[in-house]
Design a protein around this ligand. Structure first.
Ligand code: UD1
Ligand code: CA
Length: 451
């Protein structure tokens, strides 16, 4: 007996008005389909089948080999999509999920499995009572359970009044599914094969069909339009933010804070408005992040403060201050007790503990030691038009304002580089490097101009 899960992802996405399939549109950094695939894994499906259209075969590349892919040659409706996978299904149960319904919770599916078994159903539907059921299939009940699902477009005025709707999630006996799926006909307004017509076919043949109602309307929002995409983003944002607030994180005006599912935050972190936390970001305890910070796959140590800055694929130590207006790019490692200030860009570089890069500086392809002072307006000249080269600045060095460090070179421990120097050679330990022309002063010059 196999637990099959089918994920329908071959639809035309007309209402999204997009080049790409609606199931690939992202909600907090993750596609709608990826949420549904994760759900299918979480409920321990034996086999997962994704139904894709011939135009979207790149879905296979995105989701890898552990799923089965079935191409639905023509988009003839949800019934046709399931029919195209039916020959590959082994007996047991088949759960149908929609690739455009990403906010569903795992508990709801586990409850549906229990409901299916306890009621002895042949087909179970996950349904929701909706305030505004416009656009959804209506659940038509009778004394025996559910007798039909009627699509909004095909519903009578009276049926339109029904507020219990089909989430699209169905669980059924696989043998019966394979037996009846061939009986669907396109006799409806859209001329499609509706999977939902299985309800009437099952009932006519004397099988038991019932619907399990869940309370939380937001779980079944379908991503058919850009407005629904925004709605799903809001739902996921609230879920993630609520989770972190329940786990000791302060969010100031959470509606303006976007945290992807993959992020980890320790207790007693404060996050200010306008902040985006993405990818594999980890924030340690006692940090203060924001306002207006974007962190992408970045590790932040204990007690660090980041203000109005962007940091990507970097590591920042403990008790360091970053910002405002700092840009830290991939492969950068910043130590403890550092100060990285306004309009500083750091790329592919390491900065040792206690080092200060306070303003208006570019550090590219360099290794800076500890307790260095980098003055205002320093430029690491890392690119000669052909090659990117590295520089090394050792512990305790003082780089004066407006110096250019022309790579590759090394400034040894304790050395000084005077302001305005364009440095093109190595500086030995404890030395002073000064490279600038002397100033000439011509006294009373102005008055002589008129002579
Ligand atoms: C469907 C249900 C409706 C339910 C609603 C919930 C049917 C006939 N209607 O309507 O009862 O209330 O979902 O969101 O099932 N797809 C394919 N191949 C196709 C057509 C669709 O794979 O030929 C896929 C789509 O990519 C999508 C899913 O099936 O992921 C649902 O299709 P969609 O067109 O969005 O159905 P709805 O009109 O929303
Ligand atoms: Ca839909």
């Amino acid at each position: 007996m196999k637990r099959n899960t089918l994920i329908l992802a071959a639809g035309k996405s007309t209402r999204m008005k997009s080049k790409k399939s609606k199931v690939l549109h992202e909600i907090l950094g993750k596609s709608s389909l990826a949420y549904v695939v994760d759900l299918a894994h979480d409920i321990d499906s034996d086999e997962i089948f994704v139904i894709v259209s011939p135009q979207e075969e790149n879905i296979q590349l995105l989701f890898g080999e552990e799923l089965n892919y079935v191409t639905q040659l023509q988009q003839l409706g949800t019934g046709d999509a399931v029919a195209s996978a039916a020959p590959f299904l082994e007996d047991g149960t088949t759960l149908v999920l929609y690739g455009d319904v990403p906010c569903l919770r795992q508990e709801s599916l586990l409850d549906l499995f229990d409901f299916h078994e306890e009621q002895g159903n042949d087909l179970s539907i996950l349904s929701v009572e909706m305030k505004d059921p416009t656009g959804y299939g209506r659940i038509v009940r009778d004394a025996l359970g559910v007798m039909a699902i009627v699509e909004h477009r095909d519903a009578s005025e009276e049926q339109c009044e029904i507020r219990e709707i089909n989430s699209g999630i169905l669980l059924m006996n696989t043998e019966l599914l394979k037996m009846y799926i061939t009986e669907l006909t396109p006799s409806n307004v859209q001329g499609e094969l509706y999977l939902t017509d299985l309800v009437e076919i099952f009932r006519r043949a004397g099988h038991k069909v019932d619907a399990m109602r869940i309370d939380e309307e937001e779980q079944i929002v379908g991503i058919n339009t850009r407005r629904q995409l925004a709605e799903a983003t809001r739902i996921m944002q609230q879920r993630v933010n609520t989770y972190w607030m329940e786990n000791g994180v302060t969010l100031i005006n959470p509606d303006t804070i976007f945290i992807e599912e993959s992020v980890e935050i320790e207790p007693d972190v404060v996050i200010w408005p306008g902040t985006f936390l993405k990818g594999e970001t980890h924030i340690s305890t006692d940090c203060e992040i924001g306002p207006e910070v974007t962190l992408d796959s970045t590790f932040v140590g204990v007690g660090t403060r980041i203000l109005r800055s962007t940091v990507m694929q970097a590591e920042i130590g403990d008790n360091t201050q970053v910002g405002p207006y700092t840009y830290i790019r991939p492969n950068s490692v910043i130590g403890d007790n550092c100060r990285i200030g306004d309009f500083v860009e750091i790329k592919n570089s390491s900065v040792g503990s206690g080092t200060k890069v306070s303003h208006l500086t570019y550090v590219g392809d360099a290794d800076l030691g500890e307790d260095i002072n980098v003055g205002c307006g320093v430029v690491f000249v890392n690119y000669d038009g052909k090659l990117k080269q590295r520089s090394v600045i050792e512990d305790g060095v003082f780089l004066g304002c407006n110096t250019n460090i022309v790579a590759p070179l090394k400034v040894e421990t304790g050395a000084y580089v005077a302001a305005g120097t364009t440095l093109t050679e190595d500086v030995p330990k404890d030395s002073l490097a000064i490279g600038r022309s002397r100033v000439t002063i011509k006294t009373n010059w102005r008055n002589k101009q008129g002579e």
